[in-house]
Design a binder for this molecule. Structure first.
Ligand code: G3H
Ligand code: 13P
Ligand code: NA
Ligand code: ZN
Length: 328
């Protein structure tokens, strides 16, 4: 059944667990997430970016979600708009039947230029008014995702700020977070702690200098009743990178957000953990290997089936690590 994000995150807070929010663009991703959730008895957050809507088209995206709910009637599902960059995009998502939206007013409508405090408060407040009238939850964002190593946002996927960011923009301020939540009444707040989108987050396994789990604790202490959201939270598993590179891929050396650091965040108010890159890596490695091992095969089902299985494995391990398993 379709539920709001607020319902899921309130339950997660009461019971001290986190929920991975996986990005979806196609049937295989939706199936993998739902199969893993069903097998582990986990509640689900499916999220679609503007890019996903462009790729699949609004009707396909809407019906994929409806299909997930119909095929797995026992699993609670939240359908979330990821990184809505304007009130209009979020209103359109509500019209499409989404039960949750993200007003990302940390950046201007171009999705690249850091926005002012006043702009962020204004657009977020407007979306909260409309969404709450419709029973839809709202995630806001304060601070800009980006690397504390380089000062750059995740560069390769076009999602996030362009150019260099100040150190202060890369770490959400706890007092500002409290003021922002008070002014906007968001249901959940995405915070900046040094993570970025995509595969290239850290050049070495991250320490507290570049992955500020400490900042989560400070924000949580200030606003203990606000559900915190971690973006850019793929772990970029080395074994998945290796499969891609062993079979013709050329991904550089890189590190993601260790699962145990996310688990530490969950102990301090993190309830929603956004993951896209890890499922992309799982699919790409599987298909590359399949093509290498089976040069005579050409039925897409032959390589999409194992790629679903690879995604199920990633989803299952996150549901188990984050304490989501058994909570549906
Ligand atoms: O926000 C980042 C997600 O990974 C979505 O990426 O815009 O390429 O769909 P996308
Ligand atoms: P990753 O690129 O780390 O998977 O992050 C996804 C994300 O934050 C989507 O909003
Ligand atoms: Na989001
Ligand atoms: Zn994100």
């Amino acid at each position: 059944s379709l539920v709001s994000m607020r319902q899921l995150l309130d339950h997660a807070a009461e019971n001290g667990y986190g929920i991975p929010a996986f990005n979806v663009n196609n049937m295989e991703q939706v199936k993998a997430i739902m199969e893993a959730a069903s097998a582990t008895d986990s509640p689900v957050i499916l999220q679609a970016s503007a890019g996903a809507r462009k790729y699949a088209g609004e009707p396909f995206l809407r019906h994929l979600i409806l299909a997930a709910i119909e095929a797995f009637p026992q699993v609670p599902v939240c359908m979330h708009q990821d990184h809505g960059t304007s009130p209009a995009i979020n209103v359109r998502a509500i019209q499409s039947g989404f039960s949750s939206v993200m007003m990302d007013g940390s950046l201007k409508e171009d999705g690249k230029t850091p926005a002012s405090w006043d702009y962020n408060v204004d657009v977020t407040r407007r979306v909260v008014d409309i969404a709450h009238a419709c029973g839809v939850s709202v995630e806001g964002e304060l601070g800009c995702l980006g690397s504390l190593e380089s000062g750059m946002a995740g560069e390769e996927d076009g999602v996030g700020a362009e150019g260099k960011l100040d150190h202060s923009q890369l770490l959400t301020d706890p007092n500002e977070a409290a003021e922002f939540v008070k002014l906007t009444q968001v249901d959940a707040l995405a915070i900046a702690i040094g993570t970025s989108h995509g595969a290239y987050k850290f050049t070495r396994p991250p320490t507290g200098e570049v992955l500020a789990i400490k900042r989560i604790k400070e924000i949580h202490a200030r606003i203990p009743n606000t559900h915190l959201v971690m973006h850019g939270s793929s772990s970029v598993p080395q074994d998945l990178l290796k499969i891609v590179n062993d079979f013709g891929g050329d991904l550089g050396q890189t590190y993601g957000v260790p699962v145990e650091e996310i688990v530490e965040g969950i102990k301090h108010g993190v309830r929603k953990i956004n993951i896209d890159t890890d499922l992309r890596l799982a699919v790409t490695g599987t298909i590359r290997k399949y093509f290498h091992d089976n040069p005579k095969k050409f039925d897409p089902r032959d390589y999409l089936k194992p790629s679903i299985a690879a995604m199920v494995k990633v989803c299952t391990s996150r549901y188990e690590a984050f304490g989501t398993a058994g909570q549906a």
